[in-house]
Ligand binder design. Structure first.
Ligand SMILES: [Zn+2]
Length: 162
């Protein structure tokens, strides 16, 4: 029997799965200065149709993505792998060659990545979703996208069936 794969997609801009956050990309001429973006998170889920004609119900994944977006919202995003980072009890210190930052820890979110780029954020979000969300067996692949602004972003993809 031939099984067609169906792809579902959720657009974060259209569905208000967005967050505002700031970051620094040390070494970049422009992005090396602290600045912010309005980000949107998207998802694409591929799988087989069930007898009901559905691949998957959008509502639970939409709720999960909003929950994740809320955690990142209005935070300074810091990559745990960045050079010169020191996380203390209440403060986050970054000492670069030519400048120093000191932030209250509660304003920051430290992500287990090496740079807060759209590429790494997409990978981080994909891992979070797969870790925290129970995808049914009929789902084959999950793709997560993050835009730094409308029309510009990165995607990460995982094949759930190995
Ligand atoms: Zn930026």
């Amino acid at each position: 029997m031939i099984m067609n794969t169906i792809r579902l997609k959720l657009d974060g801009w259209e569905k208000s799965i967005t967050f505002s956050a700031s970051h620094i990309l040390p070494g970049h001429e422009k992005c090396g200065r602290i600045h912010g973006h309005n980000y949107a998170i998207h998802v694409r889920i591929s799988g087989e149709q069930k007898e009901s004609g559905l691949v998957y119900d959008f509502l639970p994944i939409k709720e999960k993505l909003r929950e994740i977006a809320d955690r990142l919202d209005h935070r300074i995003l810091i990559a745990s792998g960045m050079d010169g980072l020191r996380v203390e009890e209440k403060e986050v210190k970054i000492e670069l060659e030519d400048k120093k930052y000191l932030f209250p820890k509660e304003d920051c979110l430290i992500l287990d990545i090496t740079q807060v780029t759209a590429e790494q954020l997409a990978m981080y979000l994909l891992e979070k979703v797969i870790e925290e969300f129970d995808f049914p067996d009929k789902i084959n692949t999950v793709e997560m996208g993050v835009d730094e602004s409308r029309g510009q972003g990165a995607w990460a993809k995982r094949d759930l069936n190995g």
